[in-house]
Design a protein. Structure first.
Length: 68
């Protein structure tokens, strides 16, 4: 799902950051899109001090969502 969102955001010339849960997932994402994602989820993203973030898209499978 994240790959599809990425395609749309690229078409819109949007500035965005991709955050993955782990290194394997971000490597897979890079192989599919050519875009480097941050690994280690929200914790890694939060360290960037994202003051100007206006929107977020959460793309997770049902099993992952159930854990939240």
């Amino acid at each position: 799902m994240a790959v599809e969102y990425c395609k749309i955001l690229q078409e819109l010339s949007a500035k965005f950051t991709v955050v993955g849960r782990n290194e394997a997932g971000t490597k897979n994402f890079f192989e599919k899109t050519g875009i480097q994602a941050l690994a280690n989820g929200f914790t890694a993203w939060e360290k960037l001090n994202p003051i100007d973030t206006e929107y977020a898209i959460v793309a997770v499978n049902v099993e992952g969502l159930a854990k939240t």
